[in-house]
Design a protein. Structure first.
Length: 286
């Protein structure tokens, strides 16, 4: 088995369907398997997969375990030489995954490779962090410090040596942490512009899931504490609290300006209010 594609699903049924269609449509030269790990979706995602994609290995969690833990479940059940973490809100373009596999085959020092992430309109997203300018990332294979977990291919040998993703991360920052551990183990990380992936991005946040947003902030705090210590975490918490407070004020003013006629604005007030409360509470109790 050349490649195991692991897709974590959480209430993105329509996007997931299109993602799976794009994979089957655009892979022909490698042996692959797809594992969908569903985090207790309530939108019919698991039933859709069962009915329309019989070849997909569907794993149904009884609760939302978060991104890192769900991917780890998929990794443990996978068989491929390479593992691709792929978001459900992506579309695979022709030859992209084959190009990533070929790159890994010919580059033994590569522990991870990421694809070129595009917005739906074809414009460039950020798809590799550090050591490279945006323009060079558009044209060249480039070594970077980390790539986003929305399209991250890792060598199984690397996972066997450094371990799975840190499940203390619920959502966000787990890809940075994993790549940092991989680099410390002396593997290199690259982005491959020839591998093009459309990434819609931010599905859970756009739906206004306050738990996801709050957990995203907590993951950031944990990352800073884990790698830079408690003092750095304290500074970062205060910076983030200011950011949240500013966003909360903006959405409160926007809601008042519409005389309460925009329920989506009210939802944003609730989201950032909960985020501020969670930030203050954890700061006092930590």
């Amino acid at each position: 088995m050349d490649l195991s594609i692991i897709i974590v699903s959480y209430n993105t049924k329509d996007l997931l369907k299109e993602c799976l269609i794009s994979i089957y449509k655009n892979i022909s030269q490698i042996k692959f398997e797809i594992l969908v790990v569903d985090n207790n979706s309530r939108d019919g995602s698991p039933l859709m997969v069962e009915k329309k994609f019989s070849k997909v290995k569907l794993i149904k969690n009884r609760e939302n375990k978060g991104f890192a833990a769900a991917n780890n479940i998929g990794i443990k059940k996978s068989k491929g030489k390479y593992l691709l973490l792929l978001n459900s809100d992506t579309l695979v373009l022709p030859d992209s995954l084959e190009e990533m596999v070929k790159f890994m085959d010919r580059t033994p020092e590569a522990g991870v490779v990421g694809g070129k992430l595009l917005n739906p309109d074809g414009s460039l997203q950020s798809f590799g962090r550090g050591r490279s300018l945006k323009q060079s990332r558009e044209r060249e294979i480039k070594e970077v410090t980390w790539v986003e977990g929305s399209c991250l291919m890792v060598r199984r040998e690397v996972v066997n040596k450094i371990g799975l993703m840190d499940e203390n991360f619920f959502f966000y920052s787990e890809d940075m942490d994993w790549c940092r551990r991989i680099r410390l183990a002396r593997w290199k990380i690259f982005v491959l512009p020839q591998a093009k992936i459309i990434h819609y991005g931010g599905g859970s946040i756009k739906r206004g899931d306050s738990k996801i947003i709050s957990e995203a902030y907590q993951s950031g705090y944990y990352y800073v504490k884990k790698h830079f210590g408690k003092f750095a975490e304290a500074i970062y918490r205060n910076v983030v609290l200011i950011e949240i407070s500013v966003k909360l004020l903006i959405w409160v003013l926007a809601y008042l300006a519409t005389l309460g006629k925009r329920p989506d604005f009210a939802q944003r007030v609730i989201i950032y209010g909960k985020a501020a409360k969670a930030n203050l509470w954890r700061k006092k109790s930590s």
